[in-house]
Design a protein around this ligand. Sequence first.
Ligand code: PRT
Ligand code: ZN
Length: 213
Amino acid sequence: MKNYLKIAVQKSGRLSEDSLNLFKECGIKVEMGKGRLRTVSSNFPAEFLFLRDDDIPGYVEDGVADLGIVGENVLVESAKQVEVVKTLGFSKCRLSIAVPKETSFSLPEDLHGKRIATSYPRILSEYLQKNHIHAHIHEISGSVEIAPSIGLADAICDIVSSGSTLLSNGLKELDSIFRSEAVMVAHSGLAEEKKAILERLLFRISSVQTAKD
Ligand code: PRT
Ligand code: ZN
């Protein structure tokens, strides 16, 4: 099997189920063996690689994978050079700045001179620059929501979907700075044969999306 697409999908997490469902709805078989990190489809020229979502933009940029499914938040933060070939409409969320409920901050300008904890320093710093806010970005990799209550930061910038995690950590949203959904990305220098397979795949995805509208 020479000409086939290597497609990177999240191994387990909030993107996994909808990503696999998408291929299923397109009539593409993805047999996942227990603990297996790659599998070849039996009815479409594709091999699936199961990875951490954070690694997907880099693998697609390098061409280790031809295609990948990832959240726009992770994609933009990664700053990797890949082509977005389809927006997929699932895993919708937003990146928001939040502050402790009892603080008097209510405007973005109130963040001047404050410390903001986040796992998204790039997207946050772009927002701060655009709004002429001088604040300190404190990069942490997880459990961002507890940062204010342990005295690590005055505010946070993190992913929100229902808002219940903010609420249960005594935080309120100050501003929503980025909207995200799952997207399909492609390596920018795909060979013609691979492009042709990608076209077939995109056609099937469009048909599935139209049927749902
Ligand atoms: O292990 P791996 O690195 O692959 O996965 P991960 O743990 O980094 O990511 P994962 O599976 O949690 O999320 C994958 C992608 O799903 C994210 O990059 C977003 O694009 C998207 N997504 C959609 C979300 C959420 N909704 C979401 N709610 N990602 C994270 N959350 C978090 C949020 O940060 C909060 O802490 O879920 C918590 C609950 O959110 P609320 O507001 O509903 O309470
Ligand atoms: Zn991740």
